[in-house]
Design a protein around this ligand. Sequence first.
Ligand SMILES: [Zn+2]
Length: 222
Amino acid sequence: MKFKLKVVFTLLLIGIATTSFAQLNVISANNYDSLVKANPKLQLVPLKSDCIQQNIKYATADNFTKEIVYDTAAVYLSAQAHDALLKVINLLKPLNIGLIIYDAYRPYRYTVKFWDIIQDDQYVADPKKGSRHNRGCAVDVGLFSLKTGKPLEMPTAYDDFSENAWVSSKNRTNLQTKNVERLQKAMTDCGFQLFATEWWHFDYSGWQQYPIYDISFQELGK
Ligand SMILES: [Zn+2]
């Protein structure tokens, strides 16, 4: 009997240890302020510029899930990624080009919601790992003309999951190639990395060092 109890107890301990190891360290509104005080680099900063168009598809039903996922449309990035994106905007401005922002920081609860809608990690991040968008270090962008306000032609529409959206795709016109290469050059010159299967998605270098946040846009805006 004693031996059995010992085995059960040991198994229980192993279970607890494995579970806590597998769990993500998610920063909530409760511990955000103290985190940022200790390390200002971890602040989520709203992006403001005359040279951006905010087109957050997940705050509308015009996205691949056909459902409104975000309750608010907002553009936040972690402080260093934010500053790097401002550099991109300043690089493109003399060319009369602005940035369309399709998505930036995504509260973790929406990664869970995406997973509830589509349980396929080809299209959405597995909540067990979280998304780079949850870290305030990923941004989905396109280009528009600062003269006309119209989007510049890119290889595909946003969130087109065909191979035509791959960075390596050759199935594109000269104009599409020119535009996407312009975007890629500006982003990589300012510290962002390409994402192989989505021309619009860029990760800020060093994203691994940032925590997963689950702070709503309303809480950030307070
Ligand atoms: Zn993305």
